[in-house]
Design a protein around this ligand. Structure first.
Ligand code: SF4
Ligand code: FES
Length: 372
């Protein structure tokens, strides 16, 4: 494939996926189906070099994620590197591995913000979805530690057919835990989520009810709780501008040091993502074929080519296009103008006839959960 070089502004944020290890097994995990082993993870010093290169490139924030980032015993060292690079640090965590002493070490290393995920507001359902008995209770205890520390807390709730009816309770939970922000994110259907789509996809009525709930809560809780809302586009007429456009605002680094234009990009075939063990972050961002392939609009096929929304949604999501059509360069089928838009109706029909049984995320194998 020809390499197209396009002037690239600096990315705003860097997602550092420190590990794929995780005690939870959520069926919609955004990690790739092929999970990396601990033995191939980047060492703390290399993360330090990447953070300094990121700051030089203009990155302001680093999101320390996984898997579960606290599964790394050297997380305080990694955090300290981010702090000395001058980056604002956000820890994206399930909260189930962190006791008071470990949390104190993270705060001392320069942690700025915590984003805690919950699987549901009802403990039994939350533990079933996360695949970890007692996990929800540990999350609540962790949230209390964050509150006591005074650090800002964002609660992240991934929602789908099996927990959407408790969205009002999730909003209440965010208030109870002292979160200043709640991210209500519908499952995105690629990778593990795509594999479990029939068990998780909401009905149109559920989606509309959730959207109304969010709108009502935003108005009622103005000044107390900010609510971000990410919708699934299976009922949309136009796609979302995924990642703000490929290679425009966002860069992720995998546990093994691959630079990625989106956290799910390792699931795409036919790419050679830059290896940051041997390539600088700037070189990866500005010059690599992988980052330039879908940057801008020159790569677009019909009907995106010439469409007046091309610089608004950037053709939608490459990972969703690949999951649904097998071609990452296709127009996102979420667009009603795509010749593949009918695939979404098919998926909705398939989901309406499916049970709630799903496969947990596992290293190297799949296990099936018992339906509720
Ligand atoms: Fe967006 Fe392409 Fe659809 Fe136009 S045709 S709205 S650019 S996805
Ligand atoms: Fe990869 Fe949308 S999730 S481009």
């Amino acid at each position: 494939m020809a390499m197209v070089e396009t002037a690239a502004a600096a990315p705003l944020g860097l997602l550092a996926e420190l590990t794929h290890r995780c005690p939870l097994r959520c069926p919609y995990c955004s990690n790739p189906l092929e999970l990396s082993r601990a033995s191939s993870e980047l060492e703390a010093a290399t993360w330090g070099r990447i953070f300094h290169e990121a700051a030089e490139l203009g990155v302001l924030q680093v999101h320390l994620s996984g898997g579960e980032p606290t599964a790394r015993r050297d997380l305080p060292d990694i955090l300290r590197h981010a702090f000395t690079a001058g980056l604002y640090t956000n820890l994206i965590t399930s909260g189930v591995l962190t006791d008071a002493a470990r949390f104190e070490a993270l705060v001392a290393a320069g942690l700025d913000h915590v984003q805690l995920s919950v699987q549901d507001a009802e403990p039994g359902s939350a533990d079933r979805i996360g695949g970890l008995a007692g996990g929800h209770a540990k999350k609540l205890a962790f949230a209390e530690m964050v509150r006591a520390s005074g650090l800002p807390l964002t609660l992240n709730a991934v929602v789908h057919r099996q927990n959407l009816e408790r969205l009002p309770d999730l909003i209440e939970l965010a208030l109870t835990l002292g979160a200043g922000r709640l991210e209500v994110a519908h499952v995105q259907y690629y990778g593990w989520g795509f594999r479990n789509r029939a068990a998780l996809l909401p009905t149109r009525a559920q989606l509309e009810a959730a959207t109304a709930t969010v709108q009502e809560a935003r108005a009622r809780l103005k000044g107390r709780l900010v609510i971000d809302y990410v919708v699934p586009d299976y009922y949309a007429q136009r796609p979302k501008p995924c990642m703000g456009g490929w290679g425009r605002q966002f860069i992720a680094v995998s546990p093994t040091g691959r630079a990625l234009p989106c956290h799910a990009a390792e699931g795409l075939s036919g790419f050679d993502f830059p290896d940051l063990r041997v390539t600088s972050l700037r070189d990866a961002w500005e010059h690599s074929e992988a980052f330039n392939r879908f940057r801008g609009t020159a790569w677009m096929p019909e009907p995106c080519r010439g469409c007046d929304r091309a610089e608004q949604d950037w053709g939608g999501c490459r990972c969703q296009a690949f999951a649904l059509t097998g071609d990452a360069a296709a127009t996102d089928p979420a667009c009603a103008l795509s010749p593949n838009h009918g695939l979404l109706d098919l998926a909705v029909r398939e989901a309406s006839a499916a049970t709630d049984a799903f496969s947990y995320r596992e290293m190297g194998r799949l296990t099936t959960a018992v339906a509720k």
